[in-house]
Write a protein that binds this ligand. Sequence first.
Ligand code: AMP
Length: 428
Amino acid sequence: MKLQKVKGTKDILPGEAERWRHIEEKIRGVMARYNYGEIRTPLFELTELFAKGTGQDTDIVTKEMYTFPDKGGRSLTLCPEGTPPVIRAYLENSLGRRFPLVKLFYIAPMFRQENPQAGRLRQFHQFGVEAIGSPQPQMDVEVISLCMDIYQEVGLQGLQLKLNSIGCRDCRASYRERLKNYLADKSERLCADCQVRSVKNPLRCFDCKKEGCQLVMQEAPSTLDGLCQNCREHFQAVQNGLTDLGIPFEVDPGLVRGLDYYTRTVFEVLSSGLGAQDALCGGGRYDDLVEELGGEPTPAVGFAAGMERLLLSLNEAEETARLGPDLFLISLGPQAQTASLQLIHRLRKIGLRCEMDYLGRSLKSQLREANRQGAPFALIIGKRELESGEANLKDMRNGQEQKVSWADTQRIYSRIRGKDTEKPPIPM
Ligand code: AMP
């Protein structure tokens, strides 16, 4: 028999591994800026942890786990997701007793026995965060903005952020009853799985991709109408916070997420280039999980994001991302070239991707080169600009020009990266 890798797994070969490392470094860089500490938990845990944590009726636990007995007869499971192990480690190591707010991140392989297809594997990798200890909506906003910053950092654009609130333990219970009643006489229009879900866990019917079920759920009472006053205010504050940070989102009352532990905020990031498996990342608040796993009541919020899907999306976007500097410095004459070299050095240090001319080309052909490389901005420095200290920053997409003091790297940075990033990152 020819030895082959297990179905649904992948070898990451040299070349490809460099891409992984590059992305992982970017992720770690953003995590450090947000002050999240890395946690590494074992690849396998007691099966019980996921039954309790992820939820006894979830697809992950009922259908997808790699579970096996060890020689001592204990039931062990290869981690299908990161949150329960992190919370177990948080409790076991008394992290909450030492710090009132614990902010952790991980990058780790996960295992789920699903049908493999593009973007869906049996061993895949997730990066994720868990912020444990704060009930405040600002914490949700930080977690979401961290996630979006990672995608921006690696050069993914055009993503869709979907947001919803599914309420707290109290208001969700009465909403579930309303939903159950609504579904009670519609069971013949639901698929076999949803017929069971409509009784056991009716919110899960929102997740079903079957057309008949989706039609039924379109008419269902909205998750948002079921929120109590506190949850409504919390959700509003999360939305306001995201708006203040300039992070676009779309409220989707049908977004419930497939796990049991979520409360209040839930969110997903989707990428249009991914086809059927379009979810890059999912997360939300889980205010009851720490208590359910044996700790004191402790609010928490986090997300998990797929590495393979991120890399797949980057494949689509990569050509432009790799070729395209943020800024092309156009220099006319040797003196301007010397000044440009110093300026580009400072701009790169604060995080801008920049390019300049090293071939002594004419203005026209430097502009052509900036276009060819897909640079959205060009800064033109010639003799006049050297004397006046001011130069035109040209938006190559619409031809508009604005005057900037060309030595002012902070100003140039914020003009290029947009209002939401007034301050450049700390030089790495
Ligand atoms: P989930 O918690 O199941 O929503 O997973 C979070 C993210 O992990 C998803 O949005 C995907 O990017 C990724 N993911 C989940 N399952 C798989 C899988 N079987 N293969 C590859 N990536 C996955």
